[in-house]
Design a protein around this ligand. Structure first.
Ligand SMILES: Nc1ncnc2c1ncn2[C@@H]1O[C@H](COP(=O)(O)OP(=O)(O)OP(=O)(O)O)[C@@H](O)[C@H]1O
Ligand SMILES: [Mg+2]
Length: 370
């Protein structure tokens, strides 16, 4: 699967842009603030229905305008697929696939699998567990439509349960029928969500070790572990809610459940979060995201698009070379790589086997060069 044609209108710092891409590797260079990340985000938006950076749509509109449009023609299984995303200020977003409005985003996501790696992913290691759950969820939702639906339902119930805990705390202080209903429903959904997360992390952890090994030339012993907050069947999840009820009422929120799950990355048995150097943290992110890629590839039977933003920063020459060796193999499909430093990337290019094309980005304009 690959993106053949991209059109941006009033999207971020792009007034108007039309550009053709091909299979293989695309190198996009340009100075800071010229639109490299924005271009990758536009591609991500077409695949995932929203920006990678969780911006609200209005922030994606070119300053001073009232709409944006991002349109892409993808080739999947030798067939074109046109995705057209439009957003008008104070209006609604329209997301159209081959002239048909996509009504349920959950069932579209995964049609065009994508993996993005950006400097902002440092949050995956350094921030709280929410970022790591987002990583789990963004991976699984591309493969299982029902996962997204279950997760949305769970999150809605969680908000309602928390609000009801406040009411109980101010009134009876005791469990009532409504709370019983929330516990039943949430326990049922928890088991399904837990199962999907376990399946994903089991598949991923082997790949993670292997990829980190290649990146670091086997210099470091690493592992990745899923840390569910609670495991069990529906009955056990219900018991867990009951067990924590007094604490929940006191704190007016649901203190335990799958919304507290986490992943831990280790290096020599110590959490990367605590002991990792900048390069090791970056390697951790690459290994995790590239194993996400392998997982998506396996379960969507499609080669996902790989978006690599500013990847060379903080990696030493060996790791850069190892990384390029990994992505230069046929295991990967279409790839977009951005860098601020044209010479750096040019010096590495002759080592690539795959075909590649170079572009420069300047003030929201893009030029191809040989
Ligand atoms: N809604 C918007 N309208 C117009 N310009 C915007 C909008 N949002 C962001 N920008 C501009 O886009 C530019 C940033 O683009 P982007 O993040 O793609 O840069 P970059 O080429 O990736 O830079 P770097 O090398 O620093 O990462 C900034 O100049 C910013 O002001
Ligand atoms: Mg950038």
């Amino acid at each position: 699967m690959f993106l053949k044609h991209l059109q941006l209108i009033r999207f971020k710092n792009y007034e108007s842009l039309e550009i053709d891409f091909a299979e293989g590797i695309h190198i996009l260079t340009g100075n800071n603030g010229q639109g490299k990340t924005n271009l990758l985000d536009a591609i991500y938006l077409l695949c995932m229905t929203k920006s990678y950076f969780q911006y609200s749509e209005k922030n994606l509109i070119l300053f001073g305008n009232d709409f944006f449009r991002v349109k892409g023609t993808f080739i999947k299984n030798n067939q074109p697929m046109v995705i057209d995303c439009k957003y008008r200020l104070h209006g609604t977003k329209s997301f159209v696939k081959d002239d048909k409005e996509v009504k349920k985003y959950a069932s579209f996501i995964g049609t065009l699998p994508v993996v993005m790696i950006t400097p902002a992913d440092i949050q995956l290691i350094e921030e709280g567990s929410e970022e790591r759950r987002r990583f789990l969820d963004m991976s699984i939702c591309q493969v299982e439509n029902t996962y997204t639906e279950n997760l949305n339902k769970y999150n809605k119930l969680l908000r309602q349960r928390n609000s009801h805990l406040k009411t109980i705390s101010n009134q009876s202080g005791k469990k009532d029928e409504l709370l019983e209903f929330y516990d039943d429903e949430m326990a049922r959904l928890s088991v399904m969500i837990l199962f999907s997360r376990q399946k994903f992390t089991d598949e991923m952890s082997g790949q993670y070790k292997e990829l980190y090994g290649i990146l670091s030339s086997g210099m470091e012993r690493v592992k990745m572990e899923y840390r569910p907050d609670c495991i069990g069947d529906v009955k056990e999840f219900k018991e867990m809610f009951t067990r924590n009820l007094q604490k929940d009422i006191l704190l007016e929120r649901t203190t335990h459940g799958i919304h507290r799950d986490d992943i831990e990355f280790y290096i020599e048995d110590m959490p990367v979060k605590r002991v990792g150097s900048q390069g090791q943290i970056k390697s951790t992110i690459f290994a995790a995201k590239l194993s996400q890629y392998q997982w998506l590839k396996k379960f969507t039977s499609t080669l996902p698009i790989l978006l690599l933003d500013d990847i060379f920063d903080k990696l030493d020459h060996n790791r850069v070379t190892n990384l390029l060796k990994i992505i230069d193999s046929n295991i990967y499909g279409q790839i977009f790589i951005t860098d601020t430093y044209k010479e750096r990337i040019r010096s590495i290019l002759p080592e690539l086997n795959k075909s590649f094309k170079c572009f420069t980005i300047q003030q929201g304009q893009i030029d191809k060069y040989e």
